[in-house]
Design a protein around this ligand. Structure first.
Ligand SMILES: Nc1ncnc2c1ncn2[C@@H]1O[C@H](COP(=O)(O)OP(=O)(O)OP(=O)(O)O)[C@@H](O)[C@H]1O
Length: 270
């Protein structure tokens, strides 16, 4: 068994526009190990989200995966029939996006939303999903007596935690987090990410973490990849990318970020 859970090989993704095609992701090759927290950094528009959508096969027209392979546990996701892909999505590859907290159904109580997702993917009963909901609430630090509340009764940070809790309840092997806390204030953002790192230690899932914020990424991740205009220009462990960046653009990216005090959460930096 390869130690890599995800291997992206020579991935090219285009947007097919009236004026011609635009290559947003160019020949990207990267891998994420089992239990690894991998960060993808780069300025707005460099292609990070396009990669996230390609992995989950949620790219919508005009996006088009032109070529490449995306191996998940050795299986090329790009060749899987839709039905097989649906079984992998959420159950084995979880996703938390920036606006995920808005994806909760405002008319449904949270316990019912847990049941809806868990029943669909694992066939579990109402009492089993209720137990899971309470266990996950505890893990993400929300009192379990709130489990029957409606989404509007929670703050934005709590709602984002609930989405992470629902995602984790399915015990995915890989979680893709695309700017998962950008909409939240920095204190809440930090609390949530600290929890994600704790949970990762407990459950051992892998994370693809996407953000503009290199400092936050360096605190959270084991390895970092840096993208520039669709290309992956540098990949390395946090220490190398932060202290001895190989690419000029990575240096510029660090210099462009305000230096905030922080400590490393994932443990890659001693
Ligand atoms: N639906 C679309 N139609 C045309 N071009 C698109 C579309 N979505 C994205 N693009 C282009 O593809 C490129 C990559 O976009 P992408 O959203 O992947 O970047 P990103 O690095 O995730 O940016 P951000 O950090 O702002 O989310 C950009 O140039 C963007 O303008």
């Amino acid at each position: 068994m390869s130690n890599d859970l995800l291997e992206i090989r020579n991935l090219n993704v285009d947007y097919l526009l009236d004026k011609g095609e635009f290559r947003a992701v160019m020949d990207v090759t990267l891998s994420i190990g089992r239990g690894e927290l991998f960060g993808l950094a780069g300025e707005s528009g460099c292609g990070k989200s396009t990669i996230a959508y390609a992995i989950t096969r949620l790219s919508k027209p005009p996006a088009w995966v032109a070529s490449g392979e995306i191996l998940f546990d050795g299986q090329n996701l790009l060749e899987l029939p839709q039905g097989e892909m649906q079984k992998i999505r959420w159950k084995r590859i979880g996703m938390v996006f920036q606006s995920a907290m808005n994806s909760l159904n405002p008319l449904m109580r949270i316990d019912a939303q847990f049941h809806d997702v868990l029943h669909r993917h694992t066939g579990c009963s109402k009492s089993q999903s209720r137990q899971q909901a309470e266990a996950m609430f505890k893990l993400v630090g929300i009192p379990i007596n709130r489990v029957c509340d409606y989404p509007h009764q929670f703050s934005g940070g709590m709602r984002q935690r609930i989405v992470i809790a629902i995602c984790l309840a399915l015990r995915p092997e890989l979680i893709i987090m695309d700017e998962p806390t950008t909409a939240l204030d920095v204190v809440v953002q930090r609390e949530i990410l600290e929890q994600v790192v704790d949970l990762q230690r407990t459950y051992g899932f892998s994370v693809l973490f996407i953000t503009h914020d290199l400092h936050l990424m360096a605190q959270l991740c084991h390895r970092i990849g840096v993208m520039l205009k669709g290309e992956l220009v540098e990949v390395g462990d946090v220490r190398q990318v932060s202290q001895a960046p190989a690419h000029d653009y990575t240096r510029k990216l660090w210099n462009a970020m305000p230096q905030l005090p922080g400590r490393h959460l994932a443990g890659a930096i001693a």
